[in-house]
Design a protein around this ligand. Structure first.
Ligand code: ADP
Ligand code: MG
Length: 271
């Protein structure tokens, strides 16, 4: 595979959508692997207590391992919890354990509760880890964990499933992003809309894709992620589809999507 250019400035991208099952985790880990396999240094932050991103990256996340929970509490730094994934040495992951489930409530009484992840991801920390991209996998809610992710990020990527009700609830997500922009993180932008689980045999998938493109214009990536059994099987082997079945359509699509994100970012920065 070809190498991607390193971004001029490090990019922190939050993958969010308060709906479950739309492909947040799948997109986070596969885009991360796509960037890493094309030569970039990537850090995934698993911010969902379910720990699905950790599982997919083959990273231990049983209770007791150093995780994002201790980071949010301020007990440890990112460097102490980040471990290499099973896929590649330049793809790191900070795992999430079930301890994180209680943190939405614990965070409420903490100082600077919305900015704890941003504090942990401050430039000198990421500089030391030498990462080009940080991708944050959010839980399926708009609670304090997702707010922390949006406050810590430069950009948001929204995966949208090409299914019935795909656009339902999107208004709520967009107004939450606006709230974060106006009160907590003015430099946050929506950079990427990714259509997932596209089934070319159905009219519906085309309809949804058309509506999304009409609404979001060129924020929507040209690359569309197909519905693919390989993509859904890979996490069961602690893998992303890029290492599980590199020649598959699913793998190619995430590789393309990662390339598109990397190239668009650079166009924007030099524009
Ligand atoms: P979320 O993180 O938004 O809850 P997931 O990424 O966990 O969503 O995806 C939900 C389910 O759909 C998972 O079982 C996953 O394996 C499956 N899935 C995601 N993307 C695809 C795809 N392109 N093709 C087939 N299955 C997919
Ligand atoms: Mg998930």
């Amino acid at each position: 595979t070809m190498q991607l250019p390193r971004p001029d400035r490090r990019r922190i991208m939050t993958v969010a959508n308060q709906k479950g099952g739309v492909g947040k985790t799948t997109s986070t880990v596969n885009l991360a692997a796509g960037l890493a396999l094309q030569g970039l240094n990537v850090l995934v932050i698993d911010l969902d207590p379910q720990g699905n991103a950790s599982t997919a990256l083959g990273v231990e996340h049983r209770s007791g391992v150093s995780s994002v929970y201790e980071i949010l509490l301020g007990e440890i730094g990112v460097a102490e919890a980040a471990v290499p994934s099973k896929q590649a040495g330049n793809l790191l992951c900070v795992p999430a354990t079930l301890d994180l489930a209680g943190s939405e409530i614990e965070l409420v009484t903490m100082v600077a509760r919305e900015a704890r992840l941003r504090e942990a991801l401050r430039p000198e920390v990421l500089e030391k880890l030498d990462v080009d991209y940080v991708l944050i996998d959010c839980p399926p809610s708009l609670g304090l964990l997702t707010v922390n992710a949006m406050v810590a990020a430069h950009e948001v990527a929204i995966p949208i499933q090409c299914e019935y009700y795909a656009l339902e609830g999107l208004g709520q997500l967009l107004s939450n992003i606006e709230l974060v922009q106006s009160h907590l993180n003015p430099s946050l932008s929506i950079s990427t809309i990714l259509l997932t689980m596209y089934d070319g045999r159905t009219k519906l998938a085309d309809q949804v894709a058309g509506e999304v493109r009409q609404h979001f214009g060129e924020l929507a990536l040209r690359t569309v992620i197909p519905r693919s059994v390989k993509i859904s099987e890979a996490p069961g082997f602690g893998q992303t589809v890029l290492t599980y079945d590199p020649g598959s359509r699913g793998a190619m699509s995430y590789l393309d999507a990662a390339r598109e994100i990397a190239e668009r970012g650079i166009e924007r920065e030099t524009a």
